[in-house]
Design a protein around this ligand. Structure first.
Ligand code: ATP
Ligand code: MG
Length: 363
């Protein structure tokens, strides 16, 4: 079982009684990749991780590691490392003994265990604290011990369930960088659970977005952000505007669309015919101008309602007749600085919009 390629989730479903919490989840996790399961509270992230770990049996579907069917293999025979919330360190053991524990269970010999514990504590930069007890460590240090313990026996896969949720922002940021460094160095497959989109975007090779137990989209962070396939993914991964739109005609390599009563150009893919569409525009793709640039530009006009200053940039919320409130980012020190109540013009490039089927509209 040590030579595996990828972990394949094949139409996994899970029921608790009559309540279905996972629906037909299919996903390939490439060996050595860092995949994040991202979704709101209750979307089934922990349940899916437990199915992967072998703590929960799925109600339907299969789990394949390389060619081996491991759907009913017990947890202790999967050779997966776990860093779960509440899967705490042993309080009466030193840091070194915590890390040694899974190796003793696997009957490694003493000198090999000592060398490995030293190596793992170096990896998480805690070699100097080997003789402390968990209670004598900070939260971040405890998480790093848990990580060292989970990685010590060279697992085929490391499963992490919101390991940083109890830590403050600064410590999280430090530990995120450290986790990526460790991942690169070891090349172990990581499956990481979080509900924090920034964490998912900054750490992962692949992100799998879950909503109500359904997989909404899988892909690299850039693809999910720039080319979301549905409104849920678009909204979950950052601020977004959805403008009511209508397909008019194909035009050259792109299309002509109507947005809030104005004719505009669109350069990206177009949803299948027969659907209404909405145009997704990210606030950073919209430029706020004092005058309309004229024919040939995509432009909507409206009134600036609120300007919110963030230091590195400002958010303009503009009321556009027929489109509602549209958000646009502007530089912190722009040349054009409208006052609240002024008329402004919103301009975007045909390539920067994403057309989504309106059936994906949900409240
Ligand atoms: N043992 C259980 N018995 C019954 N229902 C459960 C059980 N465990 C989880 N659920 C339900 O399954 C759904 C998914 O729960 P899960 O813990 O997987 O969500 P999650 O995405 O990890 O959420 P969070 O971000 O809050 O940790 C929830 O509706 C939850 O109430
Ligand atoms: Mg959870």
């Amino acid at each position: 079982m040590t030579t595996h390629d990828r972990l394949r989730l094949e139409r996994l479903s899970k029921h608790y009684g009559r309540h279905q919490v996972l629906h037909d989840v299919s996903l390939d996790i490439e060996r050595g990749s860092f995949l994040t399961l991202l979704g709101p509270s209750g979307s089934g992230k922990t349940t899916l991780l437990k199915v992967l770990a072998g703590f929960e049996r799925c109600s339907a579907g299969r789990l394949l590691l390389g060619d081996a069917d491991i759907t009913s293999l017990p947890a202790e025979r999967r050779n997966f490392g776990l860093v779960f919330q509440g899967y705490a360190l042993f309080p009466h053991m030193t840091v070194a003994n915590n890390v040694a524990f899974p190796l003793k269970v696997r009957r490694w010999d003493r000198s090999r265990i000592e060398a490995r514990v030293r190596e793992m504590l170096e990896l998480v930069q805690l070699g100097h604290l080997a003789h402390r007890k968990p209670a004598e460590l900070s939260g971040g240090q405890q998480q790093r011990v848990a990580l060292a313990r989970a990685l010590a026996f060279e697992p085929d896969l490391l499963l992490l369930d919101e390991p940083m949720s109890a830590l403050d922002r600064k410590l999280r940021a430090d530990l995120q960088i450290e986790l990526r460094r460790i991942h690169r160095r070891l090349g172990t497959t990581f499956v990481y659970v979080t509900h924090d989109q920034d964490e998912a975007m900054t750490m992962s090779d692949q992100v799998a977005v879950l909503d109500h137990g359904r997989l909404m989209q899988v892909g690299p962070p850039e693809t999910l952000y720039e080319r979301p396939e549905n409104r849920f993914v678009a909204e979950f991964l950052g601020r977004s505007n959805f403008l009511p739109a209508r397909l008019l005609a194909a035009e050259g390599p792109g299309s002509r669309i109507e947005v809030a009563g104005r004719t505009c150009r669109h350069a990206g893919p177009v949803p299948e015919a027969g659907h209404g569409v909405s145009l997704l525009l990210r606030p950073e793709d919209i430029e706020v101008r004092p005058a309309s640039p004229g024919d040939g530009w995509n432009c909507l006009s409206g009134r600036l309602q609120i300007r919110t200053y963030f230091g590195d940039r400002a958010l303009y919320q503009v009321e556009v007749p027929g489109a509602g409130t549209v958000s646009a980012y502007a530089p912190a020190r722009p040349e054009f600085r409208p006052a609240e109540g002024d008329e402004v013009h919103l301009v975007w490039r045909a390539e920067d919009g994403v057309l989504l089927p309106a059936e994906a509209e949900r409240s």
